[in-house]
Design a protein around this ligand. Sequence first.
Ligand code: FES
Length: 105
Amino acid sequence: MSWINVAPYADIEGEETLPIEVDGQKICLYNLDGKVFATDNQCTHGDAALSDGLIQEGGLIECPLHEGTFDIRTGEAKGAPCTQDLRCHEIKVEGGVIYLRPAAR
Ligand code: FES
């Protein structure tokens, strides 16, 4: 898969999360201290968008529905009731543009 231009960096500057759609897949971008990461947007526990959640200390995203947590950098499920990891997508930022390389489905 090649890199896809998904958003200007300015769109997430000053925000914690940004929901996007790439090739029919719902993805959440995160701004973790100025560095951008991407995971699937849907929580693996239920029907909730992580882009509506809050970033916690330690680089975790807290699901807005049952407050389960995932590591934004690795997608690893960290807090109950979440047990299944999130799929992560590769990100690079160049020239003020965010590029994403989707993970295999
Ligand atoms: Fe995310 Fe339940 S739907 S923790």
